[in-house]
Design a protein around this ligand. Structure first.
Ligand SMILES: Cc1cc2nc3c(=O)[nH]c(=O)nc-3n(C[C@H](O)[C@H](O)[C@H](O)COP(=O)(O)OP(=O)(O)OC[C@H]3O[C@@H](n4cnc5c(N)ncnc54)[C@H](O)[C@@H]3O)c2cc1C
Length: 468
């Protein structure tokens, strides 16, 4: 038996903040780490909205996990989707991208698989209103936002034109607020001089939320400040509004007094609600763990599942003391799990429970304007924006991404130039996954029932031609 065979095996599910920080914490420990992710990259989700509105390329907010782990000799990366767990046999079950089962035995398991978008029981909305969790989402949103202006430009019917120039966002948390502000800035600044048949600044951005105010978790003062800034940007805020239906031409919304209003909109984006992915339910079933209302796995104060001291749940998928789903919680729980395993394999008895150190939160409102909340300190405006800038530079993964973001931010923040506006007008491939084998007809004629045309929402049934 060589040294490696005697080493304890640590399997990590998910290479987001929690999983990556856990792996790094174990870099000098005498263990074998296997990090499994269904995507090949670590993604910096807080800047997805800048990718979808043309400021940053996808490569600047994501980094290959294999590259991030290349110097960590005790770590291996596997591209696969974890589907189940045999808790008694201590085996993780996964599926390779082209099909085929994999199994990974473990001595310790760190679950760090994050959360996914939730449509509150209305998954049918997803086809019309993409969420914002992955690179795929950001690129679809980029296509829909910039594509909507093109559709408006060639629409003859004024109603159709105005529909394409209407953008509706559901959910006024940080993502909805940031995206709403960015779309108005795209319309009023970036695209200002580029069209001859429409005025991009006619674009309406409607922001819907069931609560009292945007950015409610930031407290009343910063929330009011955010509402004023959105007003100035021209974002139409509809609070106390519950979405009751979404389709290819818009959405229906119920106000507090019960009246339902139909809004025509060429682009609807979903920025509300998250839920744990199916793998959380599989893990809970295998271990007897409880799940909270959003499906997150409930853990003890050492981040492990009761009766399973070898299984840690970290980051967004963990439910502990109502901690928020933010990067800091993910990083700190990942580091904690890694440290605890390191101590255990060194023969020490770890006793310290997990303690969260809240470093505050920040949201970008518009160029030169942000809100930052750090315990009792509340900042807004330019100073908050500078703080926002430093935080995001600090947290971006990899020096190349940091420098790259700075190079892209300079023209975007100084001259409103967004260089990353490239999008495809055809659905890439006829199939859901890039790993699926192409059917023979894919290179020529379309498969029955498949969509080969523009993936913009099919809101325009009317014939369109360029106005004279
Ligand atoms: C648009 C947006 C903006 C945000 N803005 C902020 C912000 O400003 N500040 C802040 O602090 N937080 C913000 N957050 C939240 C923050 O990004 C998350 O809290 C953080 O990324 C959670 O890290 P995680 O490691 O738990 O999960 P994730 O980063 O989601 O990583 C989970 C990983 O698990 C993988 N995975 C999932 N299921 C499986 C499976 N079955 N098999 C294999 N792999 C799997 C995924 O591919 C992913 O790589 C934002 C989130 C979003 C979506």
């Amino acid at each position: 038996m060589n040294d490696q065979d005697s080493q304890r095996r640590v399997v990590i599910i998910g290479g987001g903040f929690a999983g990556l920080f856990a792996a790094r914490m174990l870099r000098r420990a005498p263990v074998r780490v296997t990090l499994i992710d269904r995507r090949p990259h670590h993604l910096f989700q807080p800047l997805l909205y800048q990718c979808s509105t043309g400021i940053l390329s996808e490569g600047k907010i994501a980094a290959p996990l294999r590259d991030l782990l290349r110097k960590q000799k005790n770590a291996d990366f596997v591209l696969a989707e974890v589907t189940g767990l045999d808790a008694d046999g201590r085996r993780v079950l996964a599926t390779r991208p082209l099909g085929g089962q994999l199994e990974f035995g473990y001595d310790y398991l760190i679950v760090a698989a994050g959360v996914q978008q939730s449509y509150f029981g209305h998954d049918e909305y997803a086809q019309w209103a993409p969420g914002m969790k992955t690179i795929e989402h950001a690129l679809v949103i980029r296509r829909r936002v910039f594509g909507a202006f093109e559709m408006a430009d060639t629409a003859v019917d004024p109603d159709e034109r105005s529909r394409w120039l209407t953008f509706a966002l559901v959910g006024a948390g940080p993502t909805g607020v940031e995206l709403a502000g960015q779309i108005r800035e795209v319309a009023t600044k970036t695209l200002r001089d580029e069209y001859r048949h429409i005025k991009p600044d006619d674009a309406r951005v409607l922001l819907f939320d069931g609560g009292d105010a945007p950015l409610a978790p930031f407290g009343p003062q910063l929330s009011a400040k955010a509402a004023r800034t959105l007003d100035k940007l021209g974002v139409e805020q509809h609070m106390h509004s519950i979405v009751t239906g979404i389709d290819g031409t818009g959405l229906s919304v119920r106000a507090q007094d019960g009246t339902v209003t139909r809004h025509q909109a060429g682009t609807v984006l979903w920025t509300a609600g998250v839920a744990a992915p199916p793998v959380a339910t599989a893990i809970a079933a295998a271990t007897g763990a409880k799940q909270d209302r959003a499906g997150r796995i409930m853990v003890g104060d050492d981040c492990t599942i009761p009766d399973h001291p070898e299984i840690f749940v970290t980051g967004d998928m963990m439910s502990l003391n109502k901690l928020p789903g933010v990067c800091e919680v993910a990083m700190q729980t990942g580091i904690y799990a890694g440290q605890r395993i390191k101590h255990e394999v060194a023969g020490k008895v770890p006793t310290k429970p997990f303690r969260y150190h809240d470093l505050g939160s920040a949201a970008y409102l518009s160029r030169g304007n942000a809100v930052v909340s750090v315990r009792r300190v509340h900042l807004s405006g330019f100073l908050a924006w500078v703080v926002w800038l430093f935080i995001h530079i600090g947290f971006l993964t990899g020096i190349r991404n940091r420098l790259g973001a700075l190079v892209s931010w300079w023209p975007a923040f100084v001259w409103d130039i967004r260089r990353e506006r490239t999008y495809t007008t055809e659905r890439v491939g006829l199939i859901g996954s890039a790993y699926d084998e192409l059917p023979p007809s894919a290179t020529g004629t379309a498969l029955p029932g498949s969509t080969t045309g523009a993936e913009l929402p099919t809101a325009s049934a009317e014939p369109s031609s360029r106005p004279g």
